[in-house]
Design a protein. Sequence first.
Length: 95
Amino acid sequence: MSVFAAPLPQPPHIFLTAAFAAMDSEDGGDGKVDVDELVRGLKKKGVALSGFLVGILVATLDTDGDGSVSVDEFVTHLRGGDALREASRRADEQA
């Protein structure tokens, strides 16, 4: 998942909140993104990950266990990078 290692162009929380909003707007902006929304949103940005890998990422970010990722979960866990490392580790274990 090194594609996420590039420096962010602005403070991370602002960049991540905007990225989340762009993915969430496809379904009317319900404040959550699921695997399909995340796959489509990443693909629009030129990041083509399989549904399997995005599913692992969602499972890693989804701390309340509702099957989707809220903006708070997205920003909190991606800002530090730990969630990406954990998702990568989980993917390696399942591969």
